[in-house]
Each structure stands twice: as C-alpha cells, then as structure tokens.
Write a new protein. Structure first.
Length: 102
C-alpha cells in the first residue's frame, strides 16, 4: 500500500467490457522526506489506478497494487493491478503531524 496524490484522469473510449464505467485516475506516489520526516515528497513516478472511493484531483489517497487491487467487490473481476482504497485525511509520524501537500 502507498500514498499518492491524484494528478489527472484517463478517458478511454475503447476498452474491455468489464472496465466500462470505471473511473481511471493518474496518481503520483508520495514518500516521507528521509531527513526531516516532516514532509511528503513526490517520487517522480506515475500510476494509473481505478478509483473505488470517489476521490478527486489533488487529493492524497491510499493505493494498493497487484492482487490486493482486486480484493474489493467493485474490482474483483477487473483486469487491473492498482486501485484507490482510501482518501488520506491526516498523516502522523511519531509525535508529529505531517502536512498533506497541496
């Protein structure tokens, strides 16, 4: 599981039948700053994920990959390898609250 910021969406007019109606989003994974551990930084990578929670652009979300992406009722029969399973409200490390980047 990893945290990521939603940076965009994908529109696909031609796809397998099981993917019709699925919301596809582009996410950039985030990681905790190695030194200060008080900031989330982008990893510079991107993934395409299926949205299962109604997330929107700019939000920080929890994503899963591989077989875990197919463990929800909505995704169990989809040909996917990444899905959003939660929206992040707060991040705490030790006694510190890490700000969610805008």
């Amino acid at each position: 599981m990893f945290m990521a910021r939603i940076t965009g969406s994908i529109v696909s007019s031609q796809k397998v039948e099981s993917m019709v109606g699925q919301k596809l989003l582009i996410v950039e994974p985030l990681r905790l700053n190695d030194k200060a551990r008080a900031k989330l930084n982008s990893t510079g990578r991107t993934f395409i994920v299926v949205d299962t929670v109604g997330a929107g652009e700019g939000e920080v979300v929890l994503c899963v990959q591989g077989s875990s992406a197919r463990f929800t009722e909505q995704t169990e029969k989809l040909p996917i390898d990444a899905a959003i399973v939660g929206i992040v409200d707060q991040v705490h490390v030790g006694n510190h609250t890490v700000p969610i980047p805008n």
